[in-house]
Ligand binder design. Structure first.
Ligand code: F6R
Ligand code: MG
Ligand code: MG
Length: 364
């Protein structure tokens, strides 16, 4: 059976500040999703949160980029925004960049990851959701999952993974895409995806069958809006087992925390901290950036789950390491490499300060 998975998320108001999600917004989101399920538009849904981002995980038969599904999600975010405004939550409606729905929710602020699949006999999926970081945050973990035999032993000893995977990479600034066949083109690909602020892995495909293995949100809010409106706080759907890496191979990259951009004012580098959903409330210096993982089995499009996959002591050492990395970076205060380079900061006073001081700069 063909089924479409759509994960659509937006920050439509934080509680308190940009740290978390008020339960009334989850309730309003659920009420909207329940109505869409009753009408037959959705097969199933799960509403959750990561930090200040409201997450709609949905299954349906409308295919990717469905106007009906996107419009329903847009309207649900609008009605949640009304609740956020009543509660005077911080930044109510901040990611809804336009007044009205324009046909495709991509490009209007919310983040979108979608895939249409032929559901297998058993279809395990993991939905990763991050807060206080940008879409390129998935580049390194996707590389480990699908290209690195030190992470995914299946690449070496499982005959149906041995051919490798194909990566679709977007150049976010130039709006171009390019495909890489891995492992043959690994070194070429790394030239690009090693710069996650510009190049971002949008999808991964099995070379055994051509089926989609992973899809991520690549919307860059600051480019859409032309100004700072918060970080992208991306999501990523990954299929597991069989011709794809096992659940444990998909989670393993997060046992070695890496550094991403985001954190306070979207203008810093910090470790990506893997946490249980209940701990996805970035408080220290508005962070450090968080990632949660919700696991589901699909059953004729029904979402059997979630299992909160990072709610496991096996990730305690990773959390400790990430917190140590956070301490080390915080010591740099306003200095790089904690603070982002001047041209990548979301918040900047550079133009104003330059304007004020330009006459005092002398030629040498
Ligand atoms: C980062 C983030 C926060 C805010 C910061 C200032 O993505 O959301 O770190 O940038 O709290 O927020 P405002 O400008 O809303 O006062
Ligand atoms: Mg926010
Ligand atoms: Mg957020």
């Amino acid at each position: 059976m063909k089924v479409t998975l759509s994960v659509i998320k937006a920050d439509i108001g934080g509680w308190v500040g940009h740290c978390g999600m008020h339960p009334d917004l989850i309730a309003e989101g659920e009420a909207n999703m329940a109505k869409a399920k009753k009408s037959g538009l959705l097969i199933d849904y799960h509403v959750t949160k990561c930090g200040d981002d409201l997450q709609f995980i949905m299954t349906h038969k409308e295919g990717v980029d469905s106007k009906k599904v996107h419009e329903m999600a847009w309207n649900a975010f609008m009605s949640c925004t009304s609740v956020a405004k009543k509660l005077r939550l911080h930044g109510a409606g901040q990611d809804l960049l336009t007044n009205a729905f324009s046909g495709n929710i991509k490009g209007q602020g919310p983040g979108v990851a979608e895939m249409e699949i032929e559901e297998r006999e058993a279809e395990p999926i993991v939905v990763f959701m991050a807060d206080k970081t940008a879409s390129g945050a998935w580049n390194l973990p996707l590389y480990h999952m699908f290209c690195d035999p030190f992470n995914s032993i299946g690449l070496v000893i499982s005959s149906n993974m041995h051919k490798g995977f194909k990566f679709e990479v977007l150049d976010i600034k130039e709006s171009k895409k390019v495909l890489f066949e891995c492992p043959e083109e690994l070194y070429d690909m790394l030239v690009f995806i090693g710069s996650p602020s510009r190049f971002s892995v949008r999808a991964v495909y099995s070379r055994e069958t051509g089926e989609i293995a992973a899809a991520s949100s690549t919307q860059k809010l600051s480019l859409i809006a032309g100004r700072y409106v918060g970080k992208d706080d991306p999501v990523c759907i990954v299929r597991c087992q069989g011709i794809f890496p096992a659940v444990g191979e998909i989670l393993e990259p997060f046992a070695r925390p890496h550094i991403v951009e985001g954190w306070m004012r979207g203008s810093h580098h910090g470790p990506l901290l893997p946490v249980a959903v209940k701990q996805a409330t970035p408080t220290r210096f508005d962070g450090p950036p968080r990632v949660i993982a919700a696991g589901f089995q699909l059953a004729d499009g029904k979402l059997v789950g979630p299992l909160d996959l990072f709610d496991d002591p096996a990730f305690n050492n990773a959390r400790q390491q990430a917190l140590d990395m956070a301490d080390m970076l915080r010591r740099h205060g306003p200095f790089e490499p904690h603070r982002l380079p001047l041209d990548e900061m979301e918040y900047t006073t550079l133009p104003q300060v330059m304007q004020k001081l330009h006459q005092r700069f002398e030629k040498i």
